[in-house]
Each structure stands twice: as structure tokens, then as C-alpha cells.
Design a protein around this ligand. Sequence first.
Ligand code: FES
Ligand code: FES
Length: 174
Amino acid sequence: MQVTMAVNGVEVTREIEGRLLLVHFLRDHLGLTGTHWGCDTSNCGTCVVWLDGEPVKSCTVLAASAGGHEVRTVEGLEHDGELDPIQQGFVECHGLQCGFCTPGMLMTGRALLDRNPHPTDEQVREAISGQICRCTGYATIVRSVQWAAAHPDGAEATEPDVTDSEAVPSGSAS
Ligand code: FES
Ligand code: FES
């Protein structure tokens, strides 16, 4: 069967099998390997893309059912060669180690900020609760999303203030 959809703003048409999953369509037919394929059982969330603006796990969506819809992948986050603030946040705050979970975290984080520009840490944790990171713990991921919330224009990060009470007194034992 033939399927046509808009992916990152570009209309694509391909001949596919009806059982093909969207994650495999993106990776194998379009070469968009930024969307990762992890568990294939809708548990890990690394395959998250947007379908008509809504984050979905692309291992749970048939490519055929995405026909006629708009898909955005992690490759579609940057603007004119500039990283999206959510991408910058992960760089600034060390939100990734191996990076396997990162595409899904970025897509979910961006979608959250588009709906709620100033989420609480709890709301960030709730938003990414369907996604598993085996490397970082979640503290740096939450911090990365909050960096993006604090820098909606992607401004350079500034060094955090260190107050006197937080500073290590000179000569103290380390
Ligand atoms: S590969 Fe889709 S949720 Fe894990
Ligand atoms: S950075 Fe390795 S799984 Fe999240």
C-alpha cells in the first residue's frame, strides 16, 4: 500500500506493508534514525514523535494510520541550524549520557513546554513518566527541561550564583 504524510514539514510518499510501524517507517524508509527503537512494547518511550502535535510512542502507531497526518521527529526540532532551547538545555545541564532515551525526552519536554511554559519539577516528572532513562537518573533531565523553560530564546546559560553560605570556606577540610 502507499502512504503519504508530512514529516518535519516535508510531504513524503512511500510504498509500505500495512503492518509497518511508524518507528520503522521513519528509521528504515526515511533514514530518520534520530527516533530510537528500544523496547518495542510501549514501555521505554525513546521512540516518541509528534503526531499532529501530540507526543506518541511511534512503536505503537502503524505507519499507515499516520497517513494524511503531520509527524515531527527529533530532527525537526532545530530551527535554521539553531538548536531548540530544549536541546540546549540537555547540553547545558548534562541531561544525557548514552543518549539513547534523549530523542523521546526532547520531544516530550518540548511538547510540555509548548503547553505549559513554566512547569513545576513535579509536572516535568509526570510528563516524562512514560519514558525510561537508564543512565542519568532523572534529576539532570528535569533540570534540562527547566533550563529550557528559563531560556525560551535559547540564551546562553549563566553560571549559577554561589552564595556565601554555599561557598566552601578557604582552608576547610575537603
Ligand atoms: S520502542 Fe517505543 S516505547 Fe520503547
Ligand atoms: S541517557 Fe542513556 S538511557 Fe538515558
